[in-house]
Write a protein that binds this ligand. Sequence first.
Ligand code: MCA
Ligand code: AMP
Length: 519
Amino acid sequence: MNDQNLFSALRAAFPADLDTVAIETADGPAGQPFTPAHYTWRDLERGTAMLANLLKGLDLPASTRIAVQVDKSVEALMLYLAVLRAGHVFLPLNTAYQAAEIEYFIGNAEPAVVVCTPKNFAWVSRIAFKAGVSHVFTLGDDRSGSLLERASHCSDQHKPVDRQADELAAILYTSGTTGRSKGAMLSHGNLLSNARTLQAYWGWKPGDVLIHALPIFHVHGLFVASHGALLNGSRMIWFNRFDPAAVISRLPEATVFMGVPTLYVRMLADERLNREVCRSMRLFIAGSAPLLPETFDAWRERTGHTILERYGMSETVMLSSNPYHAVEGERRAGTVGFPLPGVSVRIADPAKPGATLPTGEIGGIEVTGPNVFSGYWRMPEKTKEEFTADGWFKTGDVGRFDERGYLSIVGRSKDLIISGGYNVYPAEIEGFINEMPGVAESAVVGLPHPDFGEGVIAVVVPKPGATLDPAAIVGALKGRIANFKVPKQVFVEPELPRNAMGKVQKNLLREQHQGLFAR
Ligand code: MCA
Ligand code: AMP
């Protein structure tokens, strides 16, 4: 069987002239003087080969998990590509995660290698070695650390390890509705089939230039954006951090941009965004969270461009998209377009398992196709729960098709908040709050937020006779979990609203506090 390694397909798309620029950095390590760096395609080839040889030299079992929690950098992207070419499994971790979260991921995924930032080495290596991890390397966003030092002694000749389409390429942790995240297992075939579909569907063409300003520890930045450019042999203008003014200043040199809605909201707040700076752009793509119709309209008004909104999940990569070519239809605000070619989407009737609903009716969004993952890492029971008897994946999103076939997401049946494009699982935060002294119970909900889309709050009920200090609750959480998950406000209430079955009515809490973040 011929090699189906995703890296091999990306490598085959490199331009013939390897000495042209593949990635140009647009910002540097925080607080340091910046000079743009230019990485050629040959640099990518050699750098990923040296890193792959470093991994090869560790004599790891096939498909070993490589856990990576590092600040965004071109070298971090090369590490991802090197893990693929070495035939191992890439496990990216949000840089905001702290000890409690990292301990869980390392315990669950059991990586043989962990790569962390130099500044976190002390606590990450302690957790890693205690969990039996064999190797811990460091990688800074300024090319510092033991990983590159070690790789610099390795050969730049490396043949990518053969991989079949159904073999594991990455594990992305997501959907902790039961309080802890689950590792979505994505294969070489899931990722490559989706990348190829998107390349055609979004009209990627020679000469395209992508502005990359998303984190590379989630699907959007690591797969949809990076694979889009790499599979097209396209140059990337690479931001390690999103800064609206800086991105706007580079738009005249680019043709494609991808972002979560917050990025669009923040650029709209900068009056330097106008039609002139967007003159060379051909495509703005949004996803990961709902794009508000007012953002869609404001963007078109200001720049003349109609944002293309698409819908994806860690478990399914991209599953639907508004059309690129006008001949396929208009891009409609408030919709996520049509199921992608090769992908099937249906609306399940929540009242009748196995039955689907007709056009216009709202139900559970289910999907099947080569983009859908094989399941959650070492959680066969949980995996079985999230697939139907006939093998469709239950997204946990609620939506409908309109009469022209456009899919809209109208809500979620899963208890999930999406804040600035990051997933926040109320069950996980409620778990931490409920352990605190004096707390009887708590409910975490998302409220409309002008910048992040949804802002996290918590309503906490004290035990009889106990008094609770909201600031102390926030402070205790800030020391334990990622900042973006920490409630922006905590309300202490005598009780939580419950329905007849005793289930907390989070919708009432949302209604009660909905104006909290209004501008
Ligand atoms: C930062 N903060 C946040 C968030 N980000 N709070 C809530 N939600 C957030 N997303 C907090 C920081 O901890 C800090 O808190 C304070 O806000 C100020 O930080 P700020 O500088 O504003 O944050 P930032 O560094 O500018 O980050 C905002 C951001 C970032 C650029 C929008 O959140 C981001 O890059 N989001 C993209 C996430 C993404 O890639 N999603 C795709 C998932 P304090 O001051 O207390 O320290 S993949 C997916 O969903 C599917 C598969 C799909 O369809 O794509
Ligand atoms: P993740 O857990 O990171 O895979 O996030 C996937 C979830 O993000 C989906 O189940 C949706 O709830 C949400 N999502 C992704 N794209 C969109 C979109 N365009 N509009 C609304 N929600 C979206």
